[in-house]
Structures are given as structure tokens and as C-alpha cells.
Design a binder for this molecule. Structure first.
Ligand code: PEP
Ligand code: MG
Length: 567
């Protein structure tokens, strides 16, 4: 059994189709000086042709994919428009008298390596966009056409080194029952598109194009990442049974995308999605979120060479606001620092970055950064229902200072006659024991709380959330964490306000009953967890859940709480 990374759930059983680009021979002999001009012209013509091809694919993509996913081709067009690409290629042709195809292949390697080295997963994936676009230009230069996936047999498992967005779009998806690629991670375009097309997929499956042969029987598990080439009858049968069970469970779960999030006895608990950008919001829609409970805006700031402008942010927030229509989106202000760095700001050396100059602490020093973000959010609030949330709060003073800055920004927008939601709700994340214990004071200055259990657990237990040596101590089931959650919920309810949860705990389906019993009003999670959590909500009796919560809160250990949950 081979293994990769499960990227799109489900079980694929079919015949392998190995999809490989032809080996391109690139002429490395230099040209004559008087051929330079002509070579540069050929490069520009090839780029024009590549642009036309991508525009065509984009039209097809917009018919079979959601708008947010078809956007990949805008990323490709942007690569083609990037003057940096021309500059590098033309420099090779002019200075070294390289042929255009050779120059493009060198620039392709340089840019690919540069983006691959970046920490940010999204940037790493951009490396694949660049590779894809440059390969297309080289094919155009050589007057060749890229191989396609448009003519496949039924029940095909496509196996490729890498599947670019343009490959996926040309693929006859009705014939494809599984995808295996050697490259990429869970955030690669292949993974995102496979999930959106609901085709089981495994990515990061090393050497698969060499291990499997065309026509061989292949089974894959898109959850665990397991792949079996030429399985015996027993193995085939096992995969087939799993596939049928999975399909049945999915059909059953799908109805929860549209059911109301009410317990049996009528308590409403909103089940929302956590997102990092507008494209995530688009992808979440098929799970029927009741809103966005956490928009982690730091991804708009990361992998850049400078602060994102007000307009850049405004466009992204506006997209989400319009997409969610009357459903609320909670936009968290910049939560940087700790393990999330920005190349364009010097955090200095910190002994304990998680206890350091981060999130709201930094924003209250760099008020221009915060005010720019407030302006962008407020302007976008004219297009949908947005809320603002401050991260990493420890005291009332921070909240009052942030609120004062928000009021300043509102006043300036009014003076400029720019429309925004004047009654926009403002909340804070409860991520520190200090905030949880003083929730009764903090609630006076905000409209809602959202509990960030990822950080609340690490700060309450003094256990680093990223240190695998102490991973067994990092447990949000610890009664200390649960009792703090209860305190926060009670404080908000006493003030007639509400509390949600956006840490990972919210998406753990075996805890839904406990969290509802504690009194949480909203749970926000990775979109793919929404259906199973909502299924739990509609089967829970709130009155029973309250009793269960009372029992759990009185437990002495995390293990005892877990045992109770699994009863
Ligand atoms: C949290 O701390 O629970 C949270 C949701 O924020 P993040 O994971 O982005 O730190
Ligand atoms: Mg946090």
C-alpha cells in the first residue's frame, strides 16, 4: 500500500491513466546578435497565444467551477502580465543571447524555486502557477500543444506528477473517479478543485507516475491518503464496501447543509465557517454555513513585501460580504506575531513570541495599520453584514483604545460621506485566561465574545500549542479550560449578549452536546466539519445537554471529561 496526503474525501476505484507532459528538448545553443530582436518578438507572440489559451480555458472553467475556483486562471493571467517575468526573460535573450524557450525555462526554475522556498503555503502554491504558465509559453514557442485530459475512459484514476488548474479544467470529470498527484499539499489547486468537484484525491504521493502503469487497477482513500495498486480481490471488496458506506453517509449528511441549526427542543445554535480569504468563503458555501465566525485576515498580510493597501483589503472583505449576503461575517483584525511573521516588519528578538508583541498589542502601537484595516472593513460593511473582532485581548484598556480608534475612523468616513454600517457589531476573542476571568467587565465594551480555544488552552495550561513533546498535555478538555468557557458564556448572557467559539474545539463533533450544554450560541469551524456538527445539533436536547455539561464541568481530569463524552 502506498501513501500520500488525503486531499479530497471519498474512495476511488478504477483504472490508472498516467498523465505526463512530453519531455521537452530545449535548445541551449546561443543565437546570433542580429537574431535577438526576432527572438524577443517570438517570446511576446508566444505569451499572447498563451494568454488567449488561458482566457479560453477560463471561460470553460467558469461554466463548470464556482467563480471563486475559476479565479485560478486570473492568477495565471497575472503571471503573464507580470513585468518581472518579461524583464528576466528578455535579459537572458539580450545579455546571453539565449533562445526564448531556454530563457523562459531558466526563469521558470528561478521563480519556481523562489516561491517554493517561501514559508507561506499559499505562496508555495503560486510556484505551481508559475511553472504551469511558463510551460505553456514554452509549448507555444515550440508550436506544440499541451497534452489534455479531455478524452478519458469511464472510471479513470488520473495519476500525474502534478495536475495544473488548466489540466483539471480540461479533464472530462464525468469519467474521473479519483485523482493522485505526486506534488502539492492540502492547499494546492488540485486539492481545492478536487474537493470542489467532489472527486476523491490524494496529493503528495511520491513516485506514483513511476510505480503505476496505464490500465492498472488502482484504489485510493482520499481521507487517509492510502493508495493500492493492483489490489487482490479481498482488498478490492473492502474498498468497494468503504466507498458505498461513504456515499451513503455523505448523502445522509448533505441534507444538513440546508436544515435549520436548532436543537430538538428549539435552541438555535449557529454553525459557521472559519475562512482565510474570499475563496475559502466560496468553497464553504456548499456546506451551508450560517455565517463566517472567523475570518483570519492575517493571510492578506502574509507573503507580501509590504502592508496590503486599504483598497486591496476592502475588495477582499467586500467579496466576502456580498457572497454571504444577509449572513454575518466576523472579521478578525490582524493577528500577527507569535508564530506568524511578516517579512516587512521587525519583531526584534523575543524570548517568548507567543507572550510577546503580537496581535492587538502590535496594532495599538502601529495605529495606522489598525486604522487602515478598520477603514477597509467599515467601507465593506456597506455591502453585507460584517462584524469586527479583536484578537488576544487581556484587559479593558485595550478594548477601549481599539474602540476609540474605530470611532475615529467612523467619524472620518462620515466626514467623507462614505457609506458604512454604523451599527456594526464589535466583539473580542477570548484567548487568554485574563480575558475569560474578567469577561464580566469586558462585555460592557463589546457586543459579543468568540472563544479562541486554540490559544486559550495553551495560555491556561501553560502548554505551547505547537510543541509535539508536550502534545498530550495540550487538551482543551481540561476542566480548567471548560470552566473558563462556562464563565465567559455566563458573563455574556447575563449582559444580554452572545458568545461563539472559533477555536478548533468548536468543530469536534463528539463535543457538540457539551458545548451546547455550556450555552454557546455559535460554533465556527473548518467548513468541512459543518455538516457533521449540524447533524449533532438537530439531534440534541438542550435540556439534556445542560445536564451533561454540568457533569463535565465537575470532572477532575481531562481524561474523565473525554470518557464522559464517549459514553
Ligand atoms: C484560537 O486561538 O483559538 C483562534 C481561533 O485563533 P488562531 O488559531 O488563529 O490563533
Ligand atoms: Mg488565537
Amino acid at each position: 500500500m502506498e501513501k500520500g496526503i488525503g486531499a479530497s474525501s471519498g474512495y476511488g476505484i478504477g483504472r490508472a491513466f498516467i498523465y505526463k507532459q512530453q519531455q521537452l528538448t530545449i535548445d541551449k545553443t546561443p543565437i546570433e546578435p542580429d537574431e535577438v530582436k526576432r527572438e524577443i518578438e517570438s517570446y511576446h507572440s508566444a505569451k499572447t497565444l498563451a494568454t488567449q489559451q488561458i482566457l479560453k480555458i477560463k471561460v470553460r472553467a467558469s461554466l463548470i467551477l464556482k467563480a471563486s475556483e475559476a479565479k485560478v486562471f486570473d492568477a495565471h493571467l497575472n503571471v503573464l502580465k507580470d513585468p518581472g517575468l518579461d524583464k528576466r526573460v528578455i535579459k537572458y535573450i539580450q545579455d546571453k543571447q539565449y533562445r526564448a524557450a531556454y530563457a523562459v525555462s531558466l526563469v521558470q526554475d528561478e521563480l519556481f524555486n523562489m516561491f517554493q522556498m517561501m514559508e507561506n503555503a499559499v505562496m508555495k502554491e503560486r510556484a505551481l502557477d508559475i511553472k504551469d504558465v511558463c510551460t505553456r509559453i514554452i509549448y507555444c514557442l515550440k508550436g506544440m500543444t499541451l497534452p489534455t485530459l479531455s478524452d478519458l475512459e469511464a472510471n479513470t484514476i488520473v495519476i500525474a506528477e502534478n495536475l495544473t488548474p488548466s489540466d483539471t479544467v480540461q479533464m472530462d470529470v464525468s469519467k474521473v473517479v479519483g485523482i493522485i498527484v505526486e506534488a502539492g499539499g492540502r492547499t494546492s489547486h488540485t486539492a481545492i478543485m478536487a474537493r470542489s468537484l467532489e472527486i476523491p484525491a490524494v496529493v503528495g504521493a511520491k513516485s506514483m507516475t513511476a510505480l503505476a502503469e496505464n490500465g492498472q487497477f488502482v484504489c485510493l482513500d482520499g481521507e487517509s491518503g492510502e493508495i493500492c495498486i493492483e489490489p487482490d480481490d479481498a482488498m478490492k471488496e473492502m474498498f468497494e464496501q468503504k466507498r458505498l458506506d461513504y456515499l451513503e453517509a455523505m448523502t445522509e449528511l448533505r441534507k444538513y447543509a440546508t436544515t435549520a441549526s436548532n436543537t430538538v427542543d428549539g435552541r438555535n445554535v449557529e454553525i459557521c465557517a472559519n475562512i482565510g480569504n474570499a475563496s475559502d468563503a466560496g468553497n464553504s458555501m456548499k456546506f451551508g454555513p450560517n455565517g463566517v465566525g472567523l475570518f483570519r485576515t492575517e493571510f492578506l498580510y502574509m507573503g507580501k513585501s509590504n502592508w496590503p493597501s486599504e483598497d486591496e483589503q476592502f475588495e477582499e472583505y467586500k467579496k466576502v460580504a456580498e457572497l454571504m449576503q444577509d449572513k454575518a461575517t466576523i472579521i478578525r483584525t490582524l493577528d500577527i506575531g507569535g508564530d506568524k511573521e511578516l517579512s516587512y516588519i521587525d519583531f526584534g528578538k523575543e524570548e517568548n513570541p507567543f507572550l510577546g508583541w503580537r496581535a492587538m498589542r502590535m496594532c495599538l502601537d502601529k495605529t495606522d495599520v489598525l486604522k487602515t484595516q478598520f477603514r477597509a472593513i467599515l467601507r465593506a460593511s456597506a455591502y453585507g453584514k460584517l462584524m469586527i473582532m479583536y484578537p488576544m485581548i487581556i484587559n479593558v484598556t485595550e478594548v477601549k483604545r481599539a474602540n476609540a480608534l474605530l470611532e475615529e475612523v467612523k467619524a472620518s468616513l462620515k466626514a467623507e460621506n462614505l457609506p458604512f454600517d454604523e451599527a456594526i457589531q464589535v466583539g473580542i476573542m477570548i484567548e487568554t485566561p485574563a480575558a475569560a476571568v474578567t469577561a464580566d467587565s469586558l462585555i460592557k465594551y463589546v457586543d459579543f465574545f468568540s472563544i479562541g480555544t486554540n490559544d486559550l488552552t495553551q495560555y491556561t495550561l501553560a502548554v505551547d500549542r505547537g510543541n509535539e513533546k508536550i502534545a498530550d498535555l495540550y487538551t482543551p478538555y481540561h476542566p480548567a479550560v471548560l470552566r473558563l468557557i462556562k464563565m465567559v458564556v455566563d458573563a455574556s448572557h447575563k449582559a444580554g449578549k452572545w458568545t461563539g467559539m472559533c477555536g478548533e474545539l468548536a468543530g469536534e463533533a463528539n463535543l457538540t452536546k457539551l458545548l451546547i450544554g455550556i450555552g454557546l450560541d455559535e460554533l465556527s469551524m473548518t467548513a468541512s466539519s459543518i455538516l457533521s456538527v449540524r447533524k449533532n445539533v438537530v439531534n440534541i436536547h438542550y435540556e439534556e445537554a445542560k445536564k451533561l455539561a454540568q457533569k463535565a464541568l465537575n470532572m477532575e481530569t481531562a481524561e474523565a471529561v473525554l470518557a464522559l463524552m464517549n459514553e
